[in-house]
Design a protein around this ligand. Structure first.
Ligand SMILES: Cc1cc2nc3c(=O)[nH]c(=O)nc-3n(C[C@H](O)[C@H](O)[C@H](O)COP(=O)(O)O)c2cc1C
Length: 379
């Protein structure tokens, strides 16, 4: 089983992720992890914190001569903005945060809640996901995350293969697949920021090169769609998850939803073993298992909860109505959310991969991958 936990506060000394169950024998490079950390900090609309932090990963355990040992891997991202000991508490809880509920539940300060609830913690979730992408990459499995919608502006752009899509995304200041729409989106973010308000959006993740049969139909908590939904919903500010056609499928008759099955011998050596689908409305998952088609996941991110203009709240000490506290904040973090969702999805897929093919060593994984593909072709 591949799993991880994180530790660390937003303004504490450091953030840690401990990844357990990662196979031995994979040669790692940290640049691609740092690249994902930098992307998480970017995207037009972020606040001052991102100018203070330049996140870099340090691998503290589980690696020898750049190669994984099969023991737990500890990833560290140090907080340059460490100041927790100097920070005071808040009196006026911010709506849309855990401030009020956490202070009541734990009978303590709001600071104790917000420091851990903050999305700063996703830096190490991204690091763990980026690590798992190296494992996926060894089997030709590629992942992309991008912004599909921001503040109500929908951006299509499906041109080209995944590499070409990545190039387009990396040209866009907000990580959409159509950089020609950037000006329009930037204008909206600027206008919204000036008025003291915030924006949300929809992000999409695609995973290509997946084999048949990751996840299982046999038990609810091992269905891959369920696991992905939990990982994505657990990202701060995500309020909805769709797989494939998602909610739209509920509005259409079955004939316009389900993907026909076609056999094309010329593709039998590819991940789909020759079973192609003219459409991919299922988003690559049927009965909780990958079906040889690209995985498509979308997530809805609500607008940032901390508004400069201050939402209505109550002073916890006086119980009098007052505007909510303002902690330094972003206007829009949808681009960053696309990086986080991409990486948490990658981690779940990597977990399902090692569950099917083993997590002791890369050599065994490869041998079992090859054996399965030989056997499945004969099915
Ligand atoms: C990348 C990212 C950055 C965020 N930045 C902020 C921020 O600057 N200010 C803020 O109030 N909320 C921010 N949030 C959202 C809060 O962390 C989140 O809404 C809050 O912890 C409550 O959790 P919930 O929305 O999941 O219920 C951010 C979320 C993400 C994913």
């Amino acid at each position: 089983m591949l799993r991880y936990w994180t530790a660390g506060e937003s303004h504490g000394k450091t953030l840690l992720a401990m990844v357990d169950g990662f196979p031995a024998g994979l040669t790692l490079e940290t640049d691609s992890i740092d690249n994902e950390l930098a992307r998480r900090q970017g995207g037009y609309g972020r606040g001052g914190r991102q100018r203070i932090e330049t996140d870099k990963v340090e691998i503290l355990t589980g690696v020898w001569k750049n190669t994984t040992l099969g023991s737990p891997i500890t990833l560290q991202v140090v907080n340059r903005d460490y100041k927790l000991e100097r920070l005071g508490d808040l009196e006026r809880p911010r709506p849309g945060h855990g401030d009020l509920t956490g202070a009541v539940k734990f009978l303590g300060p709001i600071r104790a809640i917000l420091e851990r609830a903050s999305a700063r913690e996703t830096a190490v979730r991204v690091a763990a996901g980026a690590l798992s992408k190296q494992l996926l990459g060894a089997f030709g499995i590629q992942v992309i995350g991008f912004v599909r919608e921001l503040g109500g502006i929908v951006v299509d752009g499906e041109e080209g293969d995944l590499e070409q899509q990545k190039q387009l995304r990396d040209q866009s200041i907000v990580y959409t697949l159509d950089p020609t729409r950037d000006d329009e989106i930037k204008e909206l973010i600027d206008k919204t920021g000036k008025s003291g308000d915030t924006l949300g959006g929809v992000v999409e993740v695609r995973v290509e090169g997946l084999p048949f049969g990751l996840g299982t139909h046999a038990q609810w908590d091992r269905k891959l769609d369920g696991r992905i939904a939990q990982a994505v919903m657990a990202v701060q500010a995500i309020k909805g998850v769709e797989i494939g056609m998602g909610f739209e499928a509920a509005r259409r008759p079955g004939s316009q939803v389900h993907d026909a099955i076609v056999y094309d011998e010329s593709q039998q050596d590819g991940p789909n073993l020759g079973y192609t689908r003219p459409t991919n409305n299922a988003g690559g998952l049927e009965a909780g298992m990958t079906n040889g088609q690209p995985l498509i996941v979308r997530a809805a991110k609500k607008p940032i909860s901390t508004l400069r203009k201050g939402l209505d709240s109550v002073n916890l000490n006086t119980k009098q109505p007052e505007a909510a506290e303002y902690e330094r904040s972003d206007v829009c973090a949808v681009s960053a959310a696309s990086v986080i969702v991409e990486n948490v999805v990658a981690f779940e897929v990597a977990g399902a991969l090692v569950e099917k093919f083993g997590n002791d060593s890369m050599d065994e994984l490869q041998a079992r991958w090859d054996l399965f593909h030989d056997m499945a072709k004969r099915r």
